[in-house]
Design a protein around this ligand. Structure first.
Ligand SMILES: Nc1nc2c(ncn2[C@@H]2O[C@H](COP(=O)(O)OP(=O)(O)O)[C@@H](O)[C@H]2O)c(=O)[nH]1
Ligand SMILES: Nc1ncnc2c1ncn2[C@@H]1O[C@H](COP(=O)(O)OP(=O)(O)O)[C@@H](O)[C@H]1O
Length: 291
């Protein structure tokens, strides 16, 4: 290729990349609707047509790397595809997915975030995990913690694992919406950015945090909905704590003392859900969130 043409081609490629980056940004900020982008992508050569399916899907606040893989499998679309290169059926499935998501989250009707709290071992983690696996429209906040990872826990999926200095830095930079020392041991906090982003995009956002954190959220975001997860009975709560087998006798006694105080705080919450069966409790919570 003559030098002049090569320079022109380079320039065009750079301009196209810029246009795509700009489109991604506008998608993420909600400035342009994903449906509009899909429509534009029918026109060959447009930034929308050359946008990667992965970038398109990742622009939805509730979709991260893990969900992306599952979603592409469901839609039967290769991660190499660009929007302009989708087959007819792929495009239909993708459009259906986008419409479902937009339909599931009508603008401005619900509180921007829901906090799930409750006593130790009531099943907060279990219900939150069930929601993560079964209700992809709900985005779960990933907390930062100074607790070391347990086997099988994934950085950025279960928690952001940081040391004490890292946590101090986040506090100094005002990056946490709330934080608390839980069970007198480790510090846990909710990164502010994703909560705000979800609010702006009107995504359903769930925070599974302790009671101290729930109170801080109430103070700083009075419009948040606070849900208390309650055990069917005191004996069942003790059974769950013992059955989980993650604490020794002394720690269990200490946690149960705290649990008594926490149960008494249920009335501070907007809603109480009894965690009798996990799928039922999860469904009730999601229905509340959907409004
Ligand atoms: N305040 C606050 N509490 C959190 C946060 N993330 C988790 N927690 C609470 O920390 C506690 C301990 O969680 P975890 O270390 O996963 O242990 P486990 O729940 O005892 O299995 C639970 O009560 C969580 O609700 C957070 O970002 N802020
Ligand atoms: N609805 C339920 N019925 C029976 N067992 C449950 C239920 N929900 C949770 N569990 C069990 O109770 C224990 C504590 O649950 P977990 O989610 O760790 O509690 P939390 O996060 O509130 O401390 C776990 O062993 C879990 O499998």
């Amino acid at each position: 290729m003559p030098e002049v043409d090569r320079v022109a081609a380079n320039r065009a490629a750079i301009a196209a990349r810029r246009a795509r980056a700009d489109l991604k940004q506008r998608l993420r900020s909600g400035e342009v609707s994903p449906l509009r982008v899909l429509e534009q992508s029918l026109v060959p050569g447009t930034p929308a047509a050359t946008l990667r399916i992965t970038d398109f899907l990742l622009s939805f606040p509730a979709i991260g790397a893990t969900k992306l893989v599952r979603l592409l499998e469901t839609l039967d679309i290769s991660d190499k595809k660009r929007l302009g290169g989708l087959g007819k059926l792929q495009r239909e499935r993708l459009e259906g997915f986008v419409r479902d998501r937009l339909g599931a989250v009508p603008q401005g009707e619900r509180p921007p975030l829901t906090v799930l709290a409750g006593p130790t071992a009531v099943g907060k983690g279990t219900v939150a995990a069930y929601i993560r696996d079964h209700y992809p429209e709900v985005r779960l906040s990933v907390s930062a913690t100074t607790r070391p990872p347990r086997p099988g826990e994934v950085e950025g999926q279960h928690y952001f694992f940081v040391d004490d200095e890292g946590f101090d830095r986040m506090l100094a930079a005002d990056e946490l919406l709330e934080w608390a020392t839980v069970h007198n041991k480790y510090r846990y906090g909710t990164p502010r950015g994703p909560v705000l982003a979800a609010g702006e995009a009107n995504e359903l956002m769930l925070l599974e945090i302790d009671l101290q954190g729930a109170r801080q959220v109430r103070a700083s975001m009075p419009e948040a909905r606070l849900v208390f997860l309650a055990p069917p009975s005191w004996d069942e709560l003790v059974n769950r704590l013992v059955g989980r087998g993650t604490e020794d006798e002394e720690e269990r006694t200490r946690r149960l003392e705290t649990a008594k105080v926490e149960l008494a705080s249920a009335e501070e919450f907007d809603e109480i859900i009894v965690n009798d069966e996990v799928p039922r409790a999860a469904l009730r919570l999601v229905e509340l969130m959907r409004g």
